[in-house]
Each structure stands twice: as structure tokens, then as C-alpha cells.
Design a protein around this ligand. Structure first.
Ligand SMILES: [Zn+2]
Ligand SMILES: [Zn+2]
Length: 312
């Protein structure tokens, strides 16, 4: 057999010798460009009809690999914006390099268009004593990002903050964590907001109430303390004058004690003590003199396990 191109004698492929065949033949059909739609608002992009985030070039490589047509066994990879395919035919190495073209388009991703349209599935209401708004913000953001959702709106309202959340599950997890972190109480309610495709649509409200802890009493290591300040670190004033700094988590092993303070009358001031009269039953007691107490100032007392203590 002779090659119809160069006249060489030998084995032919479609009338061509091996060299001519390799020169003429396209062993690989590689897509000339990949169409990618980028979100105008965030880092999401759509490739092959699917919105994704994260590793654009890896997704491009994946896309091209899936769309290559080849009539020989081959390997391919991407290098510096090029796609490289290698295989062999009749013992000859076939290699082809091609620039990857990207056809860019721009629009809003579905999440961003929902957010822009004010869409939300749940509301987190935080009420009461919020020590660190940033801490709450971070908790909400983290759970929202985890679910690839969004905060539709954040609103400061009387007594707290409202977060409008695009995803119910993200809202539930965030609410749970805010409750634990702020030692608040969580109530959940759901309301019917309409119908869609024959299904009832409910909107969830997670309401977290954070009580005021300053001034409350706890029993820790068998000793009674009053909470002087409550944040990430907690300052505790013992009824015996001892001052303790602990972490919020340390209070997990404390017993919360419900006692009320009442005012008492100082009838005599000693060196370290005060003689007071309890106006409730006119009994007199000797209590430790609080360090901040000055003559003429009022004194508050508490009664705990049958004993009277002065508090600052
Ligand atoms: Zn030839
Ligand atoms: Zn977006």
C-alpha cells in the first residue's frame, strides 16, 4: 500500500502512512471554550448548569475532561491555563496542548437573587442582655455560610436584634449556639405564610431571651458569690469578701441561687464589721463590712441558709 499523501510504501491508515495520518488526524476533540457564569454579587459561578464555589480551575478541568472526545486511550491534565492530552497510536506518542478559553457571563446566583429579593425562611430574635453583638454576628454568619445561605437583613429593634435568615436549618443551628453561648432561653414558633406548589410554607421564629446575670447569686465550690460582671470572663464577689474571676464555662458547675437582696439599717460600724438591723423582723446581725461601704451609705443584705450577709 502507498500513502496517498507522500507516496511512502507500507501500512496505511485511511490511505495514509502512519506519519501523515498522525499529522492529519484529530485524535482529540477538546471543547474550544467553557462557558462560565459568574455571580455579580458573590464568588459563586455556574459551570455545566450548576452553581458552585471554591475551586474554579479544578471545576474547569473536570468539565473539559468530561467533554473530551478521543479515539485512543489517553491521559489529560491542566497546566497553566492549558489542557494537555497524551496518548499513543501504533507506538507513537500523540500529544496535544490547547489553551482553555473561558466565555464569561454575569448575573446573580440564585442565593443572591433570593437575598436581594428579601427572601427569608426564618427569623432569629435575640433579646435582653447582649454582651457582645460581634460574637452573635459571628455565630450567625458561620452557620449561614456553612449552609451556603445568607442573612437577608439584620435589624436592631427595641430590646435586641433580629436576623432574617435564608435557610431554616442554618437559623436553627445558629439559634441553638447563641442560646448556649449567652446562656439564654430559646423558644421556637412557626407560622404559615402561604402556599407554594400545593405545599404549605412556614416561617420559623427563634427567639432567644438573655437574662441579666449581673447581680445574680451562684454557689460555686460550696461558697456563695454574687455576679459583679458577666462577659466572656465573669467577676464573682464572694459574700466573705473574696473576689474570683472565672470563665463563663466555669459557671456550668455552679448552682444558681434565687435570693433577693433587701436593704438593712446600719446601727453600728466596727473595724471590719457592721451591726445591722433587718427591717423585716427587727433582728440585729453582725456582718462583714463590704470594702466599698462608706458611712452614711445604705447597705443591702441577703439571707442564705439561715445566715445574713452584706453585699456590695
Ligand atoms: Zn505519508
Ligand atoms: Zn451570588
Amino acid at each position: 500500500m502507498f500513502c496517498v499523501e507522500c507516496g511512502k510504501e507500507g501500512k496505511t491508515f485511511g490511505g495514509l502512512c502512519l506519519d501523515c495520518y498522525i499529522k492529519r488526524h484529530n485524535f482529540f476533540v477538546i471543547p474550544s471554550a467553557v462557558e462560565i457564569t459568574f455571580c455579580k454579587e458573590c464568588d459563586a459561578y455556574r459551570i455545566a448548569g450548576e452553581w458552585k464555589r471554591g475551586n474554579l480551575w479544578k471545576d474547569v478541568e473536570e468539565y473539559i475532561k468530561q467533554h473530551i472526545k478521543a479515539d485512543i486511550p489517553y491521559e489529560c491534565w491542566m497546566d497553566d491555563g492549558k489542557i494537555i492530552c497524551e496518548g499513543s497510536f501504533e507506538g507513537k506518542r500523540i500529544r496535544i496542548e490547547k489553551d482553555v478559553g473561558i466565555k464569561e457571563k454575569y448575573r446573580l446566583c440564585p442565593q443572591c437573587s433570593l437575598r436581594k429579593g428579601g427572601y427569608f425562611e426564618a427569623v432569629i430574635q435575640v433579646r435582653g442582655k447582649i454582651d457582645s453583638e460581634r460574637e452573635v454576628d459571628e455565630i450567625v454568619k458561620r452557620h449561614v455560610n456553612e449552609k451556603k445561605s445568607f442573612i437577608s437583613k439584620k435589624e436592631r429593634v427595641r430590646g435586641g436584634i433580629d436576623y432574617y435568615i435564608g435557610n431554616k436549618k442554618a437559623a436553627r443551628k445558629a439559634a441553638q449556639e447563641i442560646k448556649d453561648s449567652l446562656k439564654g432561653e430559646l423558644t421556637v414558633s412557626s407560622s404559615l405564610v402561604g402556599m407554594k406548589d400545593g405545599k404549605r410554607i412556614y416561617r420559623d421564629t427563634y427567639s432567644i431571651r438573655v437574662p441579666e446575670y449581673t447581680g445574680k447569686f451562684v454557689k460555686l465550690n460550696d461558697k456563695l458569690y454574687r455576679i459583679a460582671s458577666y462577659g466572656k470572663k465573669v467577676e464573682l464577689h464572694g459574700v466573705d469578701g473574696d473576689i474570683l474571676h472565672v470563665y463563663k464555662d466555669d459557671l456550668k458547675r455552679a448552682v444558681w441561687v434565687e435570693i433577693e437582696e433587701r436593704e438593712a439599717e446600719v446601727i453600728h460600724e466596727g473595724e471590719d464589721t457592721l451591726h445591722i438591723m433587718d427591717p423585716r423582723d427587727y433582728t440585729t446581725h453582725v456582718v462583714r463590712k463590704p470594702s466599698g461601704w462608706k458611712r452614711g451609705k445604705k447597705i443591702n443584705i441577703v439571707e442564705y441558709e439561715g445566715k445574713i450577709y452584706a453585699v456590695e
